[in-house]
Design a protein around this ligand. Sequence first.
Ligand SMILES: [Zn+2]
Length: 411
Amino acid sequence: MKHFTKFALAVALVLAAPAHAQTQTGFSPSVESSIQTVLPRMITWRRDFHQNPELSYEEVRTARVVAAHLRSLRLEVRTGVAQTGVVGVLRGGRPGPVIALRADMDALPVTEEGDLPFRSRARGHYNGQDVGIMHACGHDTHVAILMAAASVLAARREEIAGSIIFVFQPSEEGAPPGGLGGARRMLAENVFGDLQPEAIFGMHAWPSDSGTITMIPGPTMAGSDRIDITITGSQTHGAQPHAGIDPIVVSSQIINALQTIPSRQMDAVRSPVIVTIGMIQGGVRYNIIPQTVQMQGTIRYLNPETREDLYARIRRTINETAAASGASAEVTISENAIPTVNPPELLARARTAAIGALGENAVRNGYPVMPAEDFAYFQQAVPGVFFLRREPARGFHCRSRAEPQSALLRA
Ligand SMILES: [Zn+2]
């Protein structure tokens, strides 16, 4: 985590004070000593958040801790931005540009296993079910890191040319039905106030190669859409399928046909796509062919320019596969997040800052990944860079078993 703090500081110092920082490699001994001082507090904050996770738009306690900390640093603080979001503004001692640093705060409906002393035992309600709650995506680290960066930067406010906006975002893990996710809602509620940032930066912790970061120009994380499909056939006896239309057989054909879209219809290099059906439900008895089958899935894509074409192919494949058997299909595709795309020029500046702080070997190139991030909506409003680590050991979300093994969580 220490390295992420350094990166946040590097970005802030380089972009807010370019003349000072361009000749700089690493931090001065006094900044280094501020970082060392805040590290134990950062670890304490992070464990506290880990033990007290909160679901999307329920980050009340987290927001309270964040706001109290920012106020203690004498930042201008706004709370209740997008319900539970917190924004802190640090105005530097000299005129200069405005930049924003963003961390997401919410946890997931995952029950934590393992024996960590700061393991979560929190429970709550999600989709009408009683669930365990866990920071299974690492947002507890993001909040602690940004709080630590705020501490170090606030102590040096006189040196900073320009202003830094600290954005603590709720509800990254998905929008509520019919509502907006945290990034979109913060933007709709004027997250930056009277300031217009020149750039925004965000990151996601990734449990591998501790001490390194990966910065990728262009698409970095995928666009993510949800797909809901209802296949309607005609109910009949399992021994007399000819007397009806079997939506279960049609569904199986659709699932297979959908896989030919990424593999046979889209450009594998320019437009990587994933279509995953994660839920299928139909029928009540072993020998009755049901009337309908419901399916839900996720679509992932990296190239924003090919999204509409992709949608059209998915709809055509589903509708015409169903029609071939005389069934009908209803398809709804709902936007979850657009792709996270790093503008190359800004990325190059951020990369210089990161190398200055961490050294050449710690800043890696890499390949995009297909999970999604709603930081992408901030990038629509302000040039923004999002960076991460590569090669997750055992997947990204919902790693309730794997996560306690990672160095990240033990930090
Ligand atoms: Zn996440």
